[in-house]
Design a protein around this ligand. Sequence first.
Ligand code: 13P
Ligand code: SF4
Length: 345
Amino acid sequence: MKHTDHNTITKLPDLEYTPQLALEMKPYYQKVKSVIPEFEWPIHAPYVKAINELKKERNAVLLVHNYQTPEIYHCVADFVGDSLALSKEAARTDADIIVQCGVHFMAETSKILNPDKIVLSPDLDAGCSLAESITAEDVRNLKLKYPGVPVVTYVNTSAEVKAESDICCTSGNAKRVVESLGVNRVIFIPDRYLAQNIAKETHIDIITWDNGCCEVHELFTPEDLIEARENEDNLKIIAHPECPPNVVEEADFSGSTARMIEWVTENKPEKVMMVTECSMSDNISAENPEVEFIRPCNLCPHMKKITLPKILNNLLYLNNEVKVDPKVSEKAFHAVDRMIKLDIS
Ligand code: 13P
Ligand code: SF4
C-alpha cells in the first residue's frame, strides 16, 4: 500500500519486549544468534518489528551497506551491498522514500540519482575520511594542472566533487572505469591507495591525490597479515583495495566488500581473515557458520553512527532529509550515471 501523506503515521510503535514479541521476532534472531548475544536481543527486537512495519506503511526502502551492524544488515535491510550495488539499486527503486544506512556520500549518491524522492539518512554526521579529503576547488585546480586529462572520482566523495568529474567509480569497477575512457592518462581521486592498487593492474598512467585515504584501511600493515599467517594454519587473507598496496600484496585476494563476500561464499575457506571494517566478518560469519573468521578489528566510526533507533526516527518523522543543490546534482548525475551505464553494459 502506498502511503501518500508523508507526514502522518498511524500510531507510535510500542517498543516493549513482551513474550509475544519475542516469539514473533524469533526468525530474525535465528539469523543473527551467532553474532548477537541473547541478552542484547531484547534491545533490538522491538525496533526490528517497528521498522519493518513502518517501512511498508511509508513505501520506504532500506539500502544497507555491508559495514552496517548485523541487526541492521540481517533484520531490517531491503537491499545489502557494496557502494556500487547500492547506487544501482537506488537508480531503479520505485519506493517513495530511501533510507540510506551507510555514510553521507552514499545517501547523496541516492539523492543525485533520485532528485524527486525523499532520501533520508539516520545520521547526517556519518562522514568519511576520503570524502573529507578533497573539495570541488581542489578538483578544479587539478584540471588546470593537467588540462584535458579526464577525472575519475571514487564515489566516496561529496556531490560537489562528483559534479567536477568526468565519471565516478567504486572499488568494484575502478579498473574497468579507468580503462573505458580510451586515454593513456587519468586523474584518479581521492583515494591514493586505491589509485596505486589500480595502477598495478593497468597500463594507464594514473595521477593520484596524495591527501586521500581511508582512516580504517590505512591502519592495516603487512606485519598484521604476516603475523596472522604465522599464528593460524591454512589461513586465507582477503583485503579491501583501500588498504595500502603492501597490505594488498600480502593478501590472497583483494576486492570490493561485495567481491570479498562472494569470495568467502564461493571458496568456503577453512579460516579467513577479512582485512576491512569489523562488521563485515560478523555479517558474513552469520551466513557461513562453517568458516572460521580471524578478526582484525578496525571500526569505521562513521558507519557505526547508524543505529536502529535512528532508522526508526527516520521512518517516523522523516527527519534528516538529504538535500543536494539541484545545479550540483545535475552535473554530478552525469558522472554517476555514466558509471552505472558502463557497469550494466
Ligand atoms: P565498497 O564499495 O567496497 O563497499 O567500499 C565502500 C567503503 O566505504 C569501503 O570503505
Ligand atoms: Fe570512509 Fe573508510 Fe569509513 Fe569506508 S571505511 S566509509 S572509506 S572512512
